[in-house]
Design a protein around this ligand. Structure first.
Ligand SMILES: [Zn+2]
Length: 344
């Protein structure tokens, strides 16, 4: 390289950033694969596309599909912006953990059925580019920090709420991975020591209350105890079809039971986030994923709960905001992790 590596991720004004060099981001999830390219200065997303993961076809088929998508993104980007293939510096890959980042290996991915898969090198060698691997939730957090809702933050906590709850920590402008790449598992911090059983085997994890499926489950339990609601009507009487989105819809329509479920969700999340404020004293907490569709109905009681529980100077220093990169935070963050790992 002709320029010295920056100590921080390049931003538009940093000397090392370049709008003519590009990085590809891959966001591998249990349901979808999203791939796109960005210039090194993070100024735009190019050629972003999504395909179903189809993990049941096995790891070879999934890796094939990822590499085909990368080639298609490169072809599109070159048609759009006319750069040579050499302008692509590499590929950042975000995948479900736990991972071994140093060796580029997915250690266990229950949703994909993978064990000890050297994903980084399988992709990098196939497409002939340098590659890095990081946790998908870390990538989403870094993406929101680089170009989204947490931009400008120095210490950032990211929480992604979907089927599960992922988390990421940025401390002093860099992703914090911990001693064995486990840092940021916010979904599996305990908010009730005698609480609900979690998929991870522990009891009372934040995820056991506030993941999408568990929000729906709490609503179904309230219905089964005989509370009145418009929820059964919204799903044609099939309670199994209730999702977090159905609960938000009913809440918006003024349904008392759904409103209580959303308020409880806010209280549980507020307790979890208050813990994080007292430990990390972040300046931004960014919450992404489908659950943020509830908007102020969720965020206002959530912020109130955090105010009640966390130390005042920590509360005053922190804004708690919804993510602003729906669908692409993982890709943007995968590009950003490539740049941070390269510049270590
Ligand atoms: Zn758990």
């Amino acid at each position: 390289m002709t320029t010295p590596p920056p100590s921080r991720l390049p931003v538009a004004s940093a000397p090392a950033s370049d709008a003519r060099r590009y990085v590809i981001g891959v966001d591998l999830g249990g349901t979808n694969i999203v791939v796109g390219a960005m210039p090194e200065d993070g100024s735009r997303e190019i050629g972003v596309r999504s395909q179903p993961t189809r993990a049941e076809q096995g790891s070879d088929a999934v890796v094939d599909r990822i590499c085909e998508m990368i080639e298609a993104v490169i072809t599109d980007a070159r048609a759009e912006e006319g750069m040579p293939r050499e302008a692509f510096l590499g590929v950042g890959v975000g995948a479900p953990g736990p991972l071994d980042r140093e060796r580029g290996i997915v250690v266990v991915a229950p949703n994909l059925g993978w064990r000890d898969l050297p994903l980084r090198d399988l992709i990098g060698e196939r497409v002939g580019l340098a590659a890095t691997l990081d946790n998908d939730a870390n990538c989403a957090t870094l993406g929101e920090w680089w170009t989204g809702a947490a931009k400008g933050g120095r210490n950032v906590v990211g929480i992604t709420i979907g089927t599960g709850i992922g988390g990421g920590l940025i401390l002093d402008g860099r992703l914090y991975h911990g001693s064995s790449d486990v840092a940021g598992e916010i979904g599996h911090t305990t908010i009730d020591s005698n609480g609900r059983r979690c998929k991870c085997g522990n009891y009372g994890c934040l995820e056991a209350y506030t993941s999408g499926p568990n929000i729906a489950l709490r609503a179904r339990e309230a219905l089964e105890s005989g509370e009145r609601s418009i929820l059964p009507e919204l799903v044609g009487g099939e309670l199994a079809r209730i999702t977090a989105a159905t609960v938000y819809e009913a809440s918006e329509r003024g349904d008392a039971l759904a409103r209580e479920v959303v308020r409880d969700t806010a209280r549980f999340l507020g307790a979890g986030i208050a813990n994080l404020l007292n430990v990390f004293n972040p300046d931004v907490v960014v919450i992404a994923g489908g659950v943020t569709q509830a908007g102020d109905a969720l965020f206002e009681p959530l912020r109130a709960e955090v105010r009640r529980r966390a130390f005042k100077p920590a509360v005053e220093a922190c804004r708690i905001v919804p993510g602003t990169l729906p669908g692409t935070a993982g890709v943007v963050g995968a590009v950003a992790t490539f740049l941070q790992q390269r510049d270590r």
